[in-house]
Design a protein around this ligand. Structure first.
Ligand code: ASP
Length: 585
């Protein structure tokens, strides 16, 4: 037997036991005639003691052990003289009598400890070593627990886990596809699924009724902190349901996860907010409602007083940061710089302080009387000590988005975005379409299989942009953790949808013919949702990036720096695939 206990297991009650442990040498130190080694495995750290006086030869061998050597030791559990309350085995140590080196290790490129000296790049290159560290390992443990709880919850409700294919046809609607050349079908390509969407809908036609899959999905998009080219969805679909059924099933799952993973009992129903309200009050379809600071529109109050910036703007609106009137000129300048960053793109920012006597002092005082400024103060319900920040611009939607960034920044600066506070929200009533300026056509806001609200169907031709969808997103702390919709199950309505999205009947047939055909054979009413597993784990683990809950993630350029992928192909492979690489400089 290699080991009788793990390195996280022994306690004071085990004193005097004869034990055998295996693990990695985290560090060793010599003190007087003793050598102490921290032995580590997945479960914890146990202190080993080698005594020069009682066994000089063994101690000398211990002194030669380097960091990350894999060893096996046998010895006696002993009560520690100076206890370490920070680790679960901190009351004991092992007086070693036998040492067996199972494998040597090269000197690791960074220290494998909680506070490592390794930077991001080096840790990614040696990710298998990084994974030995508590921080990363515990995220994967959390991820495992979550998938177990997801399976338990869904199984209990009769959901069936079905795998759908990874090699599928390309559907260039939505994000860009990753494609895979087919050797056996020269000149033809598979795509990797952006989601199992079509297949799960087909499973409903097959009568599977309640499906789920913890599915790898692939999207060739520019990467951000909460995006990876491959990510995992908890993908679900149900038949004979309305929006309320889907929402209550998956709100139930969210509550189950909060309870079992975080020990948080959420008793209230989650808040609901129509998309239009989210945009109006927060300038975002995923508002962080851990704090208020809702937008107030100021067009009526501030336009027409001779301040050209506001007079010419389509939107003038602001937020009121409670108690932030003490912000210095320097802090306000920094906020102005923040909103002017190219990623945000505002032209400038106007601010106003509510003074102790209730009067308002603003950066545009010369254009406004105190009376008008007081009206503005009233509109916010601002009190002495509050700070009002205002943005304006020619495009209301863009300005709202800029104000959203400013609101989130102020929320962070004022400490209103605590990682251990959770604010859950359903955003509902999304528009069915959004206008794409570049392509000069409507695109599906969710995807082309989302159904319109029955009461809006008559607007499909006359006021396409105003049609609302049976679509819903779950948002927690400003993160979209999932979303879905009730689908179209009528082939005529589906054809109409394709037409509005600019598909010719031929192209629709070519790309989605199999779905349209399937719908001819008794498709039940159905709908579903997908939760982003990586985002849920990051949220529960309090991570800033989903990368830290993925064992082997890609970097910001979509590279796996450890295995060095992607890489060029061997000419013979290219030939076999009938591919010619022609890179334009
Ligand atoms: N397939 C959708 C997505 O990936 C989710 C859904 O509608 O079920 O966003």
């Amino acid at each position: 037997m290699f080991r009788t206990y793990t390195c996280g297991e022994l306690r004071i009650s085990d004193v005097n036991k004869q034990v055998t442990l295996t693990g990695w040498v985290q560090r060793s130190r010599k003190m007087g005639g003793m050598t102490f080694i921290d032995l580590r495995d997945r479960y914890g750290i146990t202190q080993l003691v080698f005594n020069e006086e009682s066994n000089a030869e063994l101690c000398e061998r211990a002194n030669k052990l380097g960091r990350e050597f894999v060893i096996q030791v046998t010895g006696t559990v002993n009560e520690r003289f100076s206890k370490n309350a920070n680790i679960s085995t901190g009351e004991i140590e092992i007086i070693v009598s036998e040492l067996n080196v199972l494998n040597a290790s090269a000197t690791p490129p960074f220290t494998i400890e909680d506070n490592t000296d390794g930077g991001d790049d080096i840790r990614m290159k040696y990710r298998y070593l990084d994974l030995r560290r508590n921080a990363v390992r515990s995220n994967l443990e959390l991820r495992h627990k979550m998938t177990i709880e997801v399976r338990k919850y869904l199984d209990e409700l009769g959901f069936l886990e079905v795998e759908t294919p990874i090699l599928i046809g390309s559907t260039p609607e939505g994000a860009r596809d990753f494609v895979v050349p087919s050797r056996m079908n020269p000149g033809q390509f598979y795509a990797l699924p952006q989601s199992p969407q079509l297949f799960k809908q087909l499973l409903m036609v097959s009568g599977f009724d309640r499906y789920f899959q913890i599915a790898k999905c692939f999207r060739d998009e520019d990467l951000r902190a909460d995006r990876q080219p491959e990510f995992t969805q908890i993908d679900c679909e149900m038949s004979f349901v309305e929006q309320e059924d889907v929402i209550s099933t998956f709100e139930g799952m969210a509550k189950h996860l909060f309870r079992t993973i975080r020990g948080i009992e959420l008793t209230e129903p989650f808040k609901r907010m129509p998309w239009s309200e989210a945009m109006r009050l927060y300038g975002s379809d995923k508002p962080d409602i851990r704090f208020g600071m809702e937008f107030v529109e100021l067009m009526d109050i501030l336009k027409g007083h001779g301040f050209p910036v506001f007079d010419e703007a389509a939107y003038v609106g602001g937020i009121c940061a409670e108690g932030a009137a003490s912000y210095t000129r320097k802090q306000l300048d920094a906020l102005t710089e923040f909103v002017k960053k190219p990623q945000i793109g505002a032209k400038g920012m106007v601010y106003a302080r509510v003074e102790a006597d209730g009067s308002v002092k603003s950066s545009v005082d010369k254009f406004y009387t105190q009376e008008v400024l007081q009206q503005m103060k009233e509109a916010f319900g601002a009190k002495p000590g509050d700070l009002i920040l205002i943005l304006s611009g020619p495009d209301a939607m863009k300005t709202r988005k800029q104000l959203n960034e400013l609101r989130l920044e102020m929320g962070s600066q004022l400490g209103l975005r605590d990682k251990n506070t959770f604010a859950c929200l359903w955003v509902v009533d999304f528009p069915l379409f959004e206008w794409d300026e570049e392509k000069q056509r409507f695109m599906a806001m969710h995807h082309p299989f989302t159904s319109p609200k029955p009461e809006d169907i008559h607007l499909l031709d006359s006021d396409t942009g105003a049609v609302r969808a049976n679509a819903y997103d779950m948002v927690i702390n400003g993160v979209e953790v999932g979303g879905g919709s009730i689908r179209i199950h009528d082939s005529q309505l589906q054809n109409k949808m394709f037409e509005l999205l600019g598909f010719t009947p031929e192209r629709a047939q070519e790309q989605f013919g199999f779905l349209m055909d399937a719908f001819k054979y008794g498709a039940p009413p159905h709908g579903g949702l997908a939760y982003g597993l990586d985002r849920w784990v990051s949220l529960f683990a309090g991570l800033d990036s989903i990368r830290d809950c993925i064992a082997f993630p890609k970097n910001n350029s979509g590279r796996d720096v450890m295995s060095d992928a992607p890489a060029a192909l061997d000419p013979s492979q290219l030939e076999e695939l009938n591919l010619i690489v022609d890179i334009k400089e």
